[in-house]
Design a protein around this ligand. Structure first.
Ligand code: PEP
Ligand code: MN
Length: 369
């Protein structure tokens, strides 16, 4: 719909109960059995802050041979829970058949996972399956950091007649090592909000973190950035979960977390702007550190070659070339020469240290005759 009428989304508070203006979705990564589902759902329902129960029925696993979800059999269980607790039910659909089955079993909200929203053909097929039903849909960002692909999935669902749409920010696949399972790249959901005004965007800190230890800090950032809610994986016995056991938290832990991260009062505009810029700077700093780690890894490889070929560590000509080239590049980018100079002498020194320690290590190695 590029270039045409702006999409208009149904505001969240007109169809869902919110908690301090936020939508909280929680539930197990996967439905495993009726007992696990009931226990978790009932504990979550008691919290009152969670109007929507998420539950994976078909699980997209990277490798075959792992638990792939209970499948269709779980849908009547979810219908039963809905009657007992009054929660809305949300299920991931990855094929048109999943969507059809969910519609038959009164599932309230369907969601497209990150491995589905990345695929325009599959999104188009699912859109066909829900066409005209007006079913509510949550659309996770695609695994790859491609805003247009995310927008495209939202447009395809909108064109099928659903305007109860919620975007979910669940982080992106990154090539560098990071302590998070998926890198947040906050600028992407922030830009999505600007490109599609009125779209509710909630954050899924569970899949960004990949580890329950980091959920709180990510949720806090999402709140500082004024996201519209959170989707958090919760299981009554997380350590026994069949999928994502490391990142799930108990309903009691969820309650504590919500108290800690949800601000009682609204922050002002300046604080919001600062929070946005700080989040973007955090993204950049993490990228910088990842690049530095990669660069120094290469320095180490060069160190080994130098050692094996008895080449001296210090190569004045190379050092001068680097200095001239980086200053030129830096000034072209608007950086001060002195700053670039300082930065690269620190880097140079660190590289020399690394290569010296390689030489030392080799020298100290016991000789093997
Ligand atoms: C999930 O929510 O359990 C899931 C599979 O998430 P994602 O699509 O974000 O990987
Ligand atoms: Mn999961």
């Amino acid at each position: 719909m590029a270039g045409s009428e702006p999409l208009s989304f149904t505001p969240l508070d007109s169809w869902l109960p919110l908690y301090q203006n936020l939508l909280i979705v929680a539930g197990p990564c996967s439905v495993e059995n009726l007992h696990q589902l009931k226990t978790t759902a009932k504990e979550l329902a008691m919290l009152k802050q969670v109007p929507v129960l998420r539950a994976g029925v078909w699980k997209p696993r990277s490798r075959p041979g792992n638990f792939e979800g209970v499948g269709e059999e779980a849908l009547p269980w979810l219908q039963e829970i809905k009657k007992e607790t009054g929660q809305r039910i949300a299920v991931e659909v990855a094929q048109p058949r999943h969507a059809e089955l969910c519609l038959k079993h009164d599932v309230d909200i369907l969601w497209l996972g990150a491995r589905t929203s990345v695929n325009p053909f599959m999104v188009a097929e699912i859109a066909r399956a829900i066409k005209g039903t007006g079913i509510a849909m949550m659309i996770k960002n695609p695994v790859s950091p491609d805003l247009q692909l995310w927008i495209g999935s939202i447009e395809r669902i909108f064109q099928a007649g659903s305007n109860k749409i919620i975007a979910i920010h669940r982080g992106f696949h990154g090539y560098h090592k990071s302590r998070y399972r998926n890198i947040p790249l906050w600028s992407i959901p922030l830009t999505l909000k600007k490109e599609l005004p009125g779209i509710p965007v909630i954050c899924d800190p569970s899949h960004i973190a990949g580890d329950r230890r980091w959920i709180k800090e990510i949720a806090q950032k999402a709140m500082a950035l004024r996201m519209d809610g959170l989707m958090i994986e919760s299981h009554h016995k997380p350590e026994h979960a069949l999928t994502d056991p490391i990142q799930q938290i108990t309903p009691a832990e969820l309650q504590t977390l919500l108290k800690q991260v949800i601000p009682a009062e609204k922050k002002d505009q300046t604080e919001k702007q600062l929070a946005e810029l700080r989040a973007l700077i955090d993204d950049k700093d993490h990228e910088l550190l990842e690049l530095l780690a990669e660069r120094l890894q290469m320095v180490e490889e060069i160190g080994i070659i130098k050692k094996d070929n008895k080449i001296s560590i210090l190569q004045p000509e190379r050092k001068n070339d680097i200095s001239t080239d980086r200053k030129e590049k830096g000034t072209a980018l608007g950086l001060k020469t002195e700053f670039v100079d300082k930065l690269f002498s620190i880097l140079h020194q660190e590289s020399v240290n690394i290569q010296q320690s390689i030489q030392k290590k080799e020298k100290n190695r016991p000789i093997d005759h």
